[in-house]
Design a protein around this ligand. Structure first.
Ligand code: URA
Ligand code: SF4
Length: 205
């Protein structure tokens, strides 16, 4: 079976985990992508954000949320007055999955098997950090953290306790906001803002 498990060292040292993740061959996604994109941020972050998987720019730069989705996130963080460098950002899957078109590499959704294979990395990150607040961006991350039956459309924006963090909340993925037609995109952006505002109201200044 595909699993990252044998590649994950038994340690709470995030730097050691990040270094080991670069050698991961736990599933087929390591073959096509440029590099592993491990989580980034302070080891003592109070909040962890989990996305789906790196995109084109993240794959090239080796850092999560530096492309268009990251810009949406940055915008809302700025509106809320929260510095990005206080947050740990990561993804459910650490390698970019794509198909090639003539000009671009097009994002493809990771399969349930690939998400399951990569899960040990996320588990290790969350256990190393032990965040107070955990935000799942989109359905892929939400299902990993909150269970396979989680329905984003019905259950987003409500904080619950999980084994990973006492305050865990799922919201939209910023890429979903970018992909939606203009009118719907505005509605989704408002939902995203209000979910993150709820989180911001919980943070100790
Ligand atoms: N989308 C994600 O889910 N994660 C990234 O790092 C970038 C885009
Ligand atoms: Fe390993 Fe995850 Fe990359 Fe698969 S996607 S090779 S499990 S780091």
């Amino acid at each position: 079976v595909s699993t990252a498990q044998p590649f994950v060292p038994n340690t709470d040292d995030l730097r050691e985990l990040a270094a080991a993740s670069r050698q991961c061959r736990g599933c087929d996604l390591c073959q096509q992508a440029t590099q592993t994109v491990f989580g980034a941020g302070p080891t003592d972050a109070q909040t962890v954000f989990v996305g789906e998987q790196p995109g084109d720019q993240e794959d090239l730069r080796g850092t999560p949320f530096v492309g268009p989705a990251g810009q949406v996130l940055d915008q809302v963080l700025q509106e809320l007055g929260i510095r990005r460098d206080t947050i740990y950002l990561t993804n459910a899957v650490k390698h970019f999955k794509f198909t090639r078109s003539a000009k671009r590499r097009l994002h493809q959704k990771p399969s349930a098997r690939q998400v399951a294979a990569c899960r040990p990395w996320l588990e290790a990150e969350l256990s190393a950090i032990g965040p107070q607040h955990l935000i799942c961006l989109g359905a892929t991350a939400a299902r990993v953290v909150l269970g396979p039956n989680f329905r984003l459309t019905e259950q987003r924006g409500v904080a619950v306790a999980t084994e990973y963090a006492p305050w865990t909340l799922a919201t939209l993925h910023p890429s979903a906001i970018l992909r939606a037609p203009a009118k719907q995109s505005q509605v989704l952006m408002e939902q995203f803002r209000s979910d993150l505002a709820l989180w911001a109201s919980q943070i100790e200044p």
